[in-house]
Design a protein around this ligand. Structure first.
Ligand SMILES: Cc1cc2nc3c(=O)[nH]c(=O)nc-3n(C[C@H](O)[C@H](O)[C@H](O)COP(=O)(O)OP(=O)(O)OC[C@H]3O[C@@H](n4cnc5c(N)ncnc54)[C@H](O)[C@@H]3O)c2cc1C
Length: 467
């Protein structure tokens, strides 16, 4: 089974703004692991840490092609979210009890992350100031109603309705026409978090090899994992390779890598206070190509957009590193939301890959015919918080534990598949462009073309379930 190794992606502001640490040495020669984890992002590191927690003597080896956090984990918006915004979709494939289990555990994982950082002295800029789910055009007002009703039916109330004036006051932007607030959500400096987790992992005796891209897995009991410098023999293998997993035929249908891009401003100082966005809330609008924005500890705005740009054959290259068209779209939305910013406010920008499933929730399992090779993919733009649960699920699967995690409804669930190439790319591009035109029309208060509305219905669902 061949794996794709990519060049390092353009470094993000988060990666550039912390002191760089010496990479762990690459793998050289032959080595042995009980659990091998491919990918040193949040999913790989949480899995490694959880395996060690269950079985301290287990030999766990993480292989990362770049540096830990070189992928999505070091280049995301840093929103630490729950799964309550997706509760209707979760309910569509599991029981009330199981939906509540996943919803509550995902919410708890946010505070647990703060406690983990405190316990280990990780300065991840963790700030639990809540999330505002807003509307920026009349067509999107109340798009949260279905989710709030689904929560009500389950007897939970994670969201609070806010008046339009209150939303405008808190966000400091006249673009916001309404919204709801989920208080449990947090933000982090994602790369600082990865670095902290990496340090904790090394201290726990987990072996990490960076600059150790895996080119091939020879499945078997045990499996052999081939890197440029050596071979690792492993009883269990965990694929924590996020969007890069799209080159594995069995996984390629489950998700498609799409672009998300972020621009950051210079530190805004007193200007941020004049704008009025001083409460530290993270914010999204209600577009399918979602705008997500938050402030940073040094007073910048980090403004992202899920632009949905794709690459032929899902190869992780330029489209997912520094895509000019996507960054221009993101920047335009930043200035539309905060028109008071000066035109030279932007300081940095980058792109990254999001592993989007059709319903925007992850899926776990083992590869067909290879019961010792596990995967967990499809975070769909909400992986910072939930990856902790993903680590529990993958650790339980890898250790053969029969528990609430290995039995949970995300394991082995049936997912709608994406078509193979070239239909995936050509069809995906058509649908994406229709969504773009539809949302552009909506944002301008115009009625979208019927054809665009029809095509847009074929798009995968978004970060939140919208009504
Ligand atoms: C621009 C952007 C903004 C986002 N914003 C948010 C947000 O605000 N909140 C949120 O919750 N989520 C967000 N996400 C999603 C979130 O970042 C991911 O869900 C999460 O980081 C996934 O973690 P991971 O470990 O699966 O992936 P990654 O961090 O991508 O880790 C996978 C690793 O595997 C390595 N790898 C791949 N192939 C190989 C190979 N052959 N050999 C060895 N190593 C390999 C890669 O180099 C990479 O480091 C965003 C994503 C992007 C791109």
């Amino acid at each position: 089974m061949k794996l794709h190794i990519s060049q390092p992606l353009k470094r993000s502001y988060w990666q550039e703004s912390v002191v760089s640490i010496k990479p762990c040495p690459p793998m050289v020669g032959d080595s042995r692991a009980e659990v091998a984890i491919i990918g040193g992002g949040f999913v790989g590191l949480w899995t490694a840490l959880t395996v060690k927690q269950h079985e301290p003597d287990c030999r766990v080896v993480v292989l990362e092609q770049d540096i830990c956090g070189g992928g999505a984990s070091g280049r995301n918006g840093g929103f630490v979210m729950s799964w309550w915004p997706k509760i209707s979709t979760i309910r569509s494939f599991c029981s009330v009890e199981e939906a509540l289990f996943l919803g509550r555990r995902a919410e708890e994982a946010i505070s647990e992350l703060g406690e983990f950082c405190n316990q280990h002295g990780i300065d991840s800029h963790f700030m639990q100031k809540g999330w505002l789910w807003t509307a920026t055009t009349p067509a999107h007002v109340d798009s949260w109603n279905g989710t709030l009703h689904a929560c009500e039916k389950l007897g939970v109330a994670p969201f609070q309705r806010l008046s339009p004036d209150e939303v405008r006051r808190r966000t400091g932007s006249p673009a916001h026409l309404g919204g709801v607030f989920e208080a449990s959500n947090a933000t982090v400096q994602p790369f600082a978090l990865v670095q902290g987790m990496r340090r904790v992992a090394l201290a726990a005796g987990i072996v990490i090899h960076e600059n150790s891209g895996v080119s091939q897995i020879e499945p078997g009991q045990p499996s052999r994992i081939i890197t440029q410098g050596g071979a690792l023999t492993a009883d269990k293998v965990v694929l924590a390779t996020n969007a890069w997993s799209a080159t594995i035929p069995e996984l390629s249908g489950l998700f498609t890598p799409v672009n998300s891009s972020i621009v950051t401003t210079k530190p805004l100082g007193a200007h941020l206070e004049q704008i009025g966005w001083t409460g530290g809330e993270s914010i999204t609008d209600s577009q399918l190509m979602v705008d997500y924005y938050r402030t940073t500890r040094d007073g910048r705005i980090a403004f992202g957009k899920g632009t949905g740009a794709m690459a032929y054959r899902s190869v992780i290259g330029g489209v997912f590193s520094d895509d000019a068209e996507s960054i221009a779209l993101t920047q335009a939305d930043l200035f539309a939301t905060y028109p008071m910013l000066s035109p030279d406010a932007v300081a940095d920008s980058w792109s990254g890959p999001v592993d989007r499933t059709y319903d925007s929730l992850p899926v776990f399992g083992s590869l067909r015919g290879h019961p010792n090779i596990f995967y967990g993919i499809g975070w769909s733009g909400n992986g910072v918080g939930p990856s902790r649960l993903g680590g529990r699920i993958l650790a339980s699967l890898a250790l053969g534990r029969n528990d609430e995690w290995s039995r949970c409804s995300l394991v082995g669930r049936t997912c709608k598949n994406f078509p193979p190439e070239p239909f995936r790319y050509l069809g995906g591009k058509m649908v994406r462009n229709a969504v773009l035109r539809k949302e552009r029309a909506e944002m301008q208060g115009k009625s979208p073309a019927r054809f665009d509305k029809l095509l847009a219905r074929l798009a995968p669902s978004g970060l939140e379930d919208k009504s």
